[in-house]
Design a protein around this ligand. Sequence first.
Ligand SMILES: C[S@@+](CC[C@H](N)C(=O)[O-])C[C@H]1O[C@@H](n2cnc3c(N)ncnc32)[C@H](O)[C@@H]1O
Length: 198
Amino acid sequence: MSRESRLESFIHRITAQRACLNYAALLVRGQGGPVIELGLGNGRTYDHLRLLFPDRDIFVFERRIEAHPDCVPDARHAIVGDFRVTMPNALARIGRRAAFIHGDFGSADKVKTAALARWLGPRIVALAAPGAIVATDQVLTAPGLEPIPLPAAVSAGRYFMYRVKPVPVRNRPTPARGRRRVSTRVRAVRPRRRRRRS
Ligand SMILES: C[S@@+](CC[C@H](N)C(=O)[O-])C[C@H]1O[C@@H](n2cnc3c(N)ncnc32)[C@H](O)[C@@H]1O
């Protein structure tokens, strides 16, 4: 065959998707926190995530819930509306930064999808814990996201995986009010002047 048919492309994408989800589950094994799914669609990957992460909260963002009836999250975990409206204030609702975020939001409109991916990058970082893993069907670029190697069975460009960089010490949130701050800065110590005797 001279080119990859749409059927073959679909099979390769879905196979890569499953491999990345399985790999992410291994990578975040020791890290607490919920899982986020961006794009419920039919609910296939959501169902897979439920099996991979049976003990975690899985929050799903979706414009309209039209999933298979067996794959519809309950009202607490379904964040319904356009990402651009629902994502900016979502951390308060979720309550904790995510250990894993899966984004499957691409459509046939390549230009719109690329613009959405550019917008989503920093919002994904904002909802992810330091060290969290992100897997997506689109390239993401945002400060704080570093690409990680894909599982061996996945060809480059089929799917994308990132780790959220740990927060540098100087950018860590300040301690809660009321607690004493301990300065770690080293100050030069000036020698005391001796009082002159008159
Ligand atoms: C490819 S489908 C997801 C398929 C799904 N992962 C599955 O396994 O069935 C992409 C989904 O992303 C949703 N989506 C795309 N852009 C969105 C946006 N800006 N806000 C909310 N949902 C969006 C679409 O409504 C669609 O259901």
